[in-house]
Design a protein around this ligand. Structure first.
Ligand SMILES: Cc1cc2nc3c(=O)[nH]c(=O)nc-3n(C[C@H](O)[C@H](O)[C@H](O)COP(=O)(O)OP(=O)(O)OC[C@H]3O[C@@H](n4cnc5c(N)ncnc54)[C@H](O)[C@@H]3O)c2cc1C
Length: 421
């Protein structure tokens, strides 16, 4: 029987593209990468790229290219909106011995995707098919196949493994019968993008978080089409308010003015509304199907961890798939991918992103005072600040993932196996 060695990838967002590049540049065949769009989409989602992720992307100059087309942001701030007090300021410089990149790079995700795509176009072992939608998945012990709808109709493609990097509503995950466990926040999150310069106008740095009882705001700068750049502000919305009211001119002005009062109306160049979830797939590895990025885990955007986690998945998974397909490691290594990345998705990204939201929206005056005081004291103590930044910059989660071994899986699965026997 002919052994199929090629890898199929569903989804050409930054995570799928990165998997294709990391695998393809080793000369292994990623014959088909399918995406149902016609190329990277410029929607205002991820921008914040953390030190741990930049370290992974340093090879071949990708991290440098992201800094070139984005903005370097070494500092972030926490503000208390009602008192207008700058509560705490953190400088990634305290991580200088922990990372080669003691700063964040604000690079819009479509720019990251385009930078990877440029590299992929020079990779002869990778075939990219935009305008192709994965509709179904089937697998046997030896191979996996996908049904793909493209301009010439429905076609079946077979491979050794399928990476589902097709986003939060992943068809690969659904058609593989993998549950997406967690919950959906009742409030939607709105992103309002403005050219108003919050740095010169109000003294905010490129990443600023605002606490407000029952509400919050993230305000950060992106380079957009070049200087002077744009500022994105993100807020929760009232679940009882209609989408029309939220998105109306009056609605968006009222929202931005409530946080940043100004005599003149703000110019709003984009307004986007997102339903937000906290979910993790029950497994990232089912037979010949592997999940990565939003297909595997989703979280609220406070702290900018979703895509960072997805890029870390892509690096971890690609390395293991290369070893398995080169016969340098047994297939069982893929279980370690699930164990390492699922562990940190739950222990770090879910936990941290939920804690970030709760800290900013706390209503109880005593809890608010405690939170703000804790931030003040953390920022004032260099070693506490370093420990805090190790978590927020996702270095701690990378270290945790690397420390997870298969022996740990045996220990953990033992009681489960005993229960089911
Ligand atoms: C407002 C907001 C701000 C955010 N900010 C940050 C941040 O600063 N930092 C951060 O790390 N994260 C952030 N995130 C999260 C980040 O946007 C996601 O984690 C990231 O997009 C995940 O990348 P991905 O490649 O896994 O999925 P996606 O970017 O969703 O890409 C999936 C791709 O698969 C394609 N696709 C879907 N279904 C199919 C199919 N059936 N067949 C073929 N193709 C298919 C889609 O068209 C898409 O191109 C933010 C999210 C939001 C909403």
């Amino acid at each position: 029987m002919r052994i199929i060695r090629r890898i199929l990838i569903a989804g050409g967002g930054p995570v799928g593209l990165l998997c294709a590049w990391l695998i393809g540049r080793h000369g292994l065949p990623v014959r088909l990468l399918f995406d149902n769009n016609n190329g990277p989409q410029p929607d205002p989602r991820a921008a914040t790229t953390h030190p741990a992720t930049l370290d992974l992307l340093a090879e071949d100059g990708l991290a440098d290219d992201m800094a070139r087309v984005g903005l370097v942001a070494p500092i972030f701030q926490f503000w208390d909106r009602p008192s207008a007090e700058l509560v705490a300021q953190f400088d990634h410089a305290v991580l200088r011995n922990d990372t080669r990149h003691p700063f964040v790079v604000q690079c819009e995700q479509f720019k990251t995707a385009k930078l990877i795509l440029e590299r992929l176009r020079k990779c002869p072992s990778v075939e990219i098919l935009f305008d192709h939608e994965v509709c179904d998945v089937a697998q046997t012990a030896d191979a996996v196949s996908v049904q793909v709808r493209g301009p010439s109709g429905l076609v079946s493609h077979a491979g050794a493994y399928l990476v589902g990097a097709d986003g939060g509503r992943s068809t690969v995950r659904r058609r593989s019968g993998i549950a997406f466990e967690g919950f959906t926040w009742p409030e939607r999150f709105i992103v309002l993008t403005t050219p108003y310069d919050f740095e010169t106008g109000r003294g905010y740095c490129y990443r600023s978080y605002f606490a407000d009882p029952g509400a919050w705001c993230n305000c950060f700068k992106v380079s957009a089409d070049g200087p002077p750049g744009l500022w994105r502000t993100v807020y929760p919305t009232d679940p009882a308010q209609s989408e029309d009211a939220i998105m109306s001119d009056a609605g968006v002005q009222a929202r931005i003015q409530s946080f940043f009062p100004s005599a003149a109306p703000y110019e709003i160049v984009h307004r986007n509304l997102y339903v937000t979830h906290q979910r993790v797939a029950e497994t990232f590895h089912k037979g010949r199907v592997l999940l990565a990025g939003d297909a595997a885990h989703v979280n609220n955007p406070i702290g900018g961890m979703g895509l960072n986690g997805g890029i870390q998945d892509a690096a971890n998974l690609s390395d293991k798939l290369i070893r398995v397909l080169s016969d340098a490691a047994p297939e069982r290594l893929l279980d370690l991918y699930d164990l390492q990345r699922r562990t940190v998705a739950i222990e770090f990204v879910q936990e941290q992103s939920i804690a970030n939201k709760k800290r900013l929206e706390a209503r109880d005056p005593q809890a608010r005072a405690r939170n703000l005081d804790d931030l003040r004291r953390t920022a004032a103590d260099p070693e506490r600040a370093r420990q805090f930044l190790l978590r927020t910059s996702m270095i701690a989660s990378q270290r945790r993932a690397e420390a997870v071994t298969l022996a740990e899986e045996y220990v953990r699965s033992f009681p489960r196996k005993r229960e089911s026997s």
